[in-house]
Design a protein around this ligand. Structure first.
Ligand code: SF4
Length: 240
């Protein structure tokens, strides 16, 4: 099933705009209430949770933030808690030392530069320690209602695999998604795509046999995977 050609170009072709609308619409119909799986209670705890989630699962972040947000629910409390104790709370998360440093540093900057509030514009967000374009896009989308598209590993894979938004870098895929997804679908599409990648269109074994967006998808191996069904081995498809 795996060939050099399918590895290099997992999609047969780029979806048409009509297919993009159908694809996103079918994901929406399958999961209309899709939302972030990170636990947070306000803009600040959302920002911290997203910073902690880089290269970590949402479940691992949620386990750590129960106690962290109990002890430090706002920037002032986080600065007072300090880097060492923050590190103790998040030790089970990858890159915890760097993240502990960044969470305390960004909390201090929120107090010093933004009156303790999470700013809503991209430049201000990206000026904070540990906050890159992807994190800013999530915060702008979830907290401020902007139609941004944060491209994580799932969305990057789906964009290329299905022909939805081919691109060699996360930014290229983001730009294609923003250009190609109908404007009224763009904001929630972030969640529909992440959850689809997490639970159906998985990295090593996309579950094409139960995919709600099978028809518009242009993945080269989808027919084979649907024919084999759940019996496909864990390495059944790794073409991207
Ligand atoms: S699960 Fe299969 S059919 Fe569905 S979007 Fe992914 S590759 Fe396409």
């Amino acid at each position: 099933m795996k060939t050099p050609a399918s590895r290099a170009r997992p999609a047969r072709r780029t979806m048409t705009l009509a297919e993009v609308r159908t694809f996103i619409g079918q994901l929406a119909a399958a999961n209309p209430d899709a939302a972030s799986e990170l636990n947070f209670v306000d803009d600040y705890t959302l920002l911290v949770a997203v910073v902690l989630s880089a290269q970590a699962t949402d479940a691992s972040v949620n386990r750590a933030t129960v106690a962290l947000f109990r002890d430090a629910p706002n920037p002032q409390a986080m600065v007072e808690l300090g880097e060492e104790k923050v590190g103790q709370h998040i030790r089970t998360i990858g890159l915890w030392r760097t993240k502990a440093h960044n969470v305390v540093a960004l909390s201090r900057q929120l107090l010093e530069r933004f009156d303790g509030q999470v700013p809503g514009d991209r430049a201000a967000l990206e000026s904070l320690p540990g906050v890159g374009r992807k994190t800013a896009n999530v915060v702008m989308n979830v907290a401020f209602g902007d139609s941004t598209m944060a491209v994580d590993t799932h969305i990057f894979r789906i964009g290329n695999r299905t022909g939805l938004a081919p691109g060699t870098t996360p930014r290229a895929v983001e730009d294609q998604l923003v250009r190609r997804i109908p404007a009224e679908m763009l904001r929630p599409a972030h969640h529909w795509l992440i959850l689809h990648g997490r639970y159906v269109c998985k990295a090593r074994k996309p579950e094409c046999w139960r995919c709600p967006a099978y028809d518009p998808c242009q993945y080269r191996l989808k027919d084979d995977l649907r024919a084999v069904g759940p019996e496909a081995g864990p390495g059944g498809a790794t073409a991207g």
